[in-house]
Design a protein. Structure first.
Length: 148
């Protein structure tokens, strides 16, 4: 059972990060699939933030907080939602667990960049090395602002 969860988790990480395929046809298929996923993910995110009016100008509007904008542009919403658990924890649950101290912000920003596991179960979070430390901190500050 434990092996099944690990295999499932790794499969989700690989699927979320995408893989390189050779050939122009494979690249076109990958691009089309990624675009469809991005559209579906962004519409889910808009509905999620619109429900709570957190990070939006108005219901269904574009995110106004810089951290929310960075999250919307990244692949975070493949595994996370603002108000409910998906593959990873809901952002509000992360906000409840961690303080807003500079040390906590840096710790969580490093987890975004380097990845991590064990704090929320057995499914590891994929590393996001392309995200700068400043952007990761901005994202974390936004997530921590969702405390109720």
């Amino acid at each position: 059972m434990k092996k099944a969860f690990i295999v499932l988790g790794l499969s989700l990480v690989i699927a979320a990060c995408g893989g390189k395929k050779s050939g122009s046809e494979s690249q076109a298929d990958s691009t089309n699939a990624a675009n469809k996923t991005a559209v579906a993910t962004n519409s889910d995110a808009a509905q999620d933030t619109a429900a709570s009016h957190i990070g939006t100008d108005k219901a269904g509007g574009t995110p106004s907080a810089p951290g929310a904008q960075l999250i919307a542009k990244s692949d975070c919403q493949t595994c996370h939602k603002e108000q409910e658990k998906l593959v990873g924890p809901a952002f509000v649950d992360v906000a409840k667990k961690y303080s807003s101290s500079p040390a906590a912000v840096d710790t969580l920003a490093n987890k975004i960049i380097k990845g991590g596991s064990g704090n929320w179960g057995t499914v590891p979070m994929a590393p996001h090395a392309a995200i700068s430390m400043d952007d990761a901190r901005t994202m974390v500050k936004y997530i921590l602002s969702l405390k109720k």
